[in-house]
Design a protein around this ligand. Structure first.
Ligand code: GDP
Ligand code: K
Ligand code: MG
Length: 269
């Protein structure tokens, strides 16, 4: 069986270290089309599987604010990798999970690799991996890319994962999203990623808006939904309302997966 796997994560989360661990010397370096950002592709085998691993540029968000974000987003949305590895710096969990939430909104089969476990152990920070996995409804594997720990577990989990659920937010947010999703369904023929599109439209993502080519009625409806959401979240602008929604979820998830003193310790570095 052949699989294409994309490696996604924040800058400095350990992507390249993990990439090198998995692919060894079987790698090819080129450039992403049209930009001077390095593209690394490598191969490895596991059991009867032949895996092509793509090291995507480091990003903090799936918003098109930087070239790296556009490259990573276009690759994930248009090239349809079979599976995603989202590598997360375990010593910086809250910040890193912001991207994880957005990847979950996409609903692609994904495994989260929590990296830097050696540092967490050294700092005696106990992370409840099972709880984190349950909260995110996603397989989570602890690794130390630098020491090569957790590699087999990660690849095994990746290849045996059948879960591609999207993240479920609070009821009110979900209602808002399904209103937008109705608009999306009217215009898109291919319904993969509809919920991701809905979330991006809620955020007023200009590229997605342009891409969908809404008529005036649809645009008015979208703006009215955005206003409803701001009122609901008690926020002045839509960016704040959306970011706040994700951060609230992350805070809840982290508070269930780490003990209180550990959270404080992590925040103080
Ligand atoms: P990238 O920017 O996501 O490609 O991250 P890199 O692979 O370049 O790693 C960033 C830094 O984190 C480097 O200094 C790595 O040596 C370090 N690093 C990567 N993995 C681990 C790990 O498992 N434990 C520790 N302590 N450091 C790591
Ligand atoms: K680096
Ligand atoms: Mg790198």
């Amino acid at each position: 069986m052949k699989h294409t796997v994309a490696l996604v994560g924040n800058p400095n989360s350990g992507k390249t270290t993990l990439f090198n661990q998995l692919t060894g010397s079987k790698q090819h370096v080129g450039n992403w089309p049209g930009v001077t950002i390095e593209k690394k592709v490598g191969q490895f085998t596991y059991e009867e599987h032949e895996i092509t691993l793509v090291d995507l540029p480091g990003i903090y968000s799936m918003s098109p604010y930087s070239i790296e974000e556009v490259v990573s987003r276009d690759y994930i949305m248009d090239e349809h990798p079979d599976l995603l590895i989202n590598i997360v710096d375990g010593t910086n969990l809250e910040r890193n999970l912001y991207l994880s939430m957005q990847l979950k909104e996409l609903g692609l089969p994904m495994v989260i690799a929590v990296n830097m476990m050696d540092e967490l152990q050294q700092k005696e920070i106990e992370l409840n991996i099972a709880q984190l996995s349950k909260e995110l409804n996603t397989p989570v594997v602890p690794i130390s890319a630098r020491n090569g720990e957790g590699m087999n577990e990660l690849v095994h989990s990746l290849l045996h994962n059948t879960n591609s659920s999207t993240y479920i937010y609070d009821v009110q947010t979900e209602n808002i999203l399904s209103r937008i999703q109705t608009l999306v369904e009217e215009t898109r023929h291919d319904h993969t990623h509809d919920k991701f599109y809905a979330f991006k439209l809620l955020e007023n993502d200009e590229l997605i808006k342009k891409n969908l080519n809404f008529n005036e009625t649809q645009l008015n409806e979208l703006h009215s939904i955005q206003r409803d959401f701001c009122v609901l979240k008690n926020q002045k602008d839509i960016d704040m309302a959306v970011a706040d929604t994700r951060y609230m979820e992350i805070e809840r998830i982290v508070s269930h997966s780490l003990c209180r003193p550990c959270i404080a310790q992590m925040k103080s570095g």
